[in-house]
Ligand binder design. Structure first.
Ligand code: CS2
Length: 484
């Protein structure tokens, strides 16, 4: 018998003011930041930290559906398949699709009431080169925003124009809070925004440097993309008839650098960890959780697993990520004493095993070129500097390289969803033998740093894993000893 706990909104939504504009209205935002704000509004029985959530590229439909429901929706938080909390959320007070006409969005961004702008635009939405994190001036959208600064397309371009208008109106800047999976996401956002603002004027870029706070944050909650099957399940299992509902795990964590000159919700009362330095938490989460996710995705898909839970139920895969986390990734982390890394690893394995979530490996496999540098490669550099083994990481890189070929070992084709998909497909077309393929791939300096590209031990390890993978199959690649 499934146990369902129901939590309802305790405030009058229509009386809540908007103090936060969020760019990137997807399932993650609805299940993570919006839930923290919901708890805050519940505790205060209202207030002025409601959210205006915006999409700038896709998903008009979600915006329309939300608005049709006065932005009310539900979150189903699955502890496991038998224990669920069904939460009503009204924290999003307005939703916008800012496609070609961005003026309604600028109206919100320039409102004196807007104190914070939060972002979940994914790694590629910052237009920073994955390896060295410089602004991608060669990208057509960035070029567009340089040529048309008052009608920008990208998130950094929108922030630049909004900050420009605020400055011109004599309004204080808002605080920009990135909630994407990148190390030092605050500094990186600053880099993207200031890099673009430089093209407007050096003086304005300096004004941003001096006046805008870009705190970093680490966000964590496993929120698979919703599908028809998950919607049907919510309907039949929880009688939740809400087309905007989101299903996720019960666990949630948010670690935020406490730097909000224009004020902020008293998030610490809602379980948010407000800290001076997010970096150790972010690196741990990226290398352990996200690093394991990507490993399960590319290696797991090669073995025809579909979901994270399915992959970790396979002992060989549980062993692979245990080895990767304990032997290869943990030694690269510089953690505060109180963090128990082994307990964190154990908790990750049990979160991955939550089979209610049906978290598709193909979803995690998206945008690999943007994800693997911070998940695997910066740790790999540290391992190589101390001549330490990195067989699981190298297997990950080999399996990723195999995945971006767009065809599995049996000749079945799949779509490669990645901003570098074309480059990667051309690479496969050009290099038919593993030696030249690995050699050329590691020269892609958008992904691999010079240090990695030139490291002999790294290319030997990736090549050896790649050859085993294509000649003998995945299982042959999976004999790891966790004590080495
Ligand atoms: C995942 C993340 O899709 C992915 O790349 O690794 O979305 C992951 O589920 C979240 O970061 C968990 O907090």
């Amino acid at each position: 018998m499934i146990s369902i706990k129901t939590t309802n909104t305790l405030y009058a939504p229509d009386k809540v003011d908007v103090g936060i504009v969020h760019i990137g209205l997807g399932a993650f935002h609805r299940a993570h930041q919006a839930v923290y704000i919901e708890k805050n509004l519940n505790r205060h029985q209202g207030g002025d930290w409601g959210i205006c959530a915006v999409n700038i590229r896709s998903n008009t439909q979600l915006v329309d559906q939300l608005k049709a429901n006065n932005c009310r929706y539900h979150i189903a938080e699955y502890q496991d398949s038998q224990n669920v909390e069904l939460r009503e959320v009204n924290a999003i007070r307005d939703a916008l699709f800012a496609g070609t006409d961005k003026e309604p969005l600028f109206e919100k961004l320039v409102s004196p009431k807007t104190k914070i702008v939060t972002l979940t635009v994914t790694e590629k939405g910052y237009y920073l080169a994955p390896a060295d994190k410089t602004l991608r001036l060669d990208d057509p959208s960035i070029q567009h925003d340089i040529q048309n600064p008052t009608a920008p397309k990208t998130a950094p371009g929108i922030l630049v124009e909004a900050l420009y208008r605020r400055k011109e109106s004599g309004l204080p800047a808002f605080t920009v809070l990135s909630c994407d999976n990148m190390p030092n996401n605050g500094s990186l956002t600053r880099q993207a925004v200031c890099g673009l603002a430089e093209h407007r004027s050096t003086e304005f870029a300096q004004w941003i440097q001096d006046n805008v706070a870009f705190p970093s944050s680490m966000v964590d909650r496993i929120v698979p993309a919703m599908s028809d099957a998950s919607r049907e399940r919510l309907q039949s299992e929880l009688q939740c008839d809400d087309e905007n509902a989101v299903m996720c795990e019960a666990f949630s964590q948010w670690v935020v650098e406490d730097n909000f000159p224009q004020g902020r919700p008293d998030w610490e009362e809602d379980g948010v960890q407000m800290v001076a330095d997010v970096h150790p938490f972010e690196t741990m989460k990226l290398r352990l959780l996200n690093g394991s996710h990507s490993l399960l995705a590319y290696v797991g898909l090669a073995a025809k697993h579909q979901t994270v839970a399915q992959a970790v139920a396979d002992e060989k895969f549980a062993n692979l990520i245990r080895h990767y986390m304990s032997v290869e990734a943990s030694p690269t982390l510089d953690l505060p004493e109180e963090v128990q890394v082994q307990a964190y690893i154990d908790s990750l394995i049990s979160r991955f095993a939550n089979d209610s979530l049906q978290h598709q490996l193909s979803q995690i496999a998206m945008d690999g070129s943007q994800k693997i540098p911070q998940r695997w490669l910066s740790g790999a550099e540290e391992r190589l500097a101390t001549r330490s083994s990195l067989a699981a990481t190298a297997l990950g890189v080999a399996a990723w390289l195999f995945y971006v070929r767009g065809e599995d070992l049996d000749g079945n084709k799949h779509q490669v969803d990645d901003p570098m998909a074309q480059t990667l497909s051309e690479l496969h077309a050009r290099c038919s033998d593993p030696e030249s393929l690995v050699h050329e791939a590691l020269k892609l300096n958008d992904i691999f740093s010079n240090t990695l590209s030139q490291n002999e031990a790294f290319s030997v390890a990736v090549l050896s894993a790649y050859k085993t993978l294509i000649s003998s199959g995945v299982v042959e690649c999976l004999s790891f000893n966790n004590n080495t």
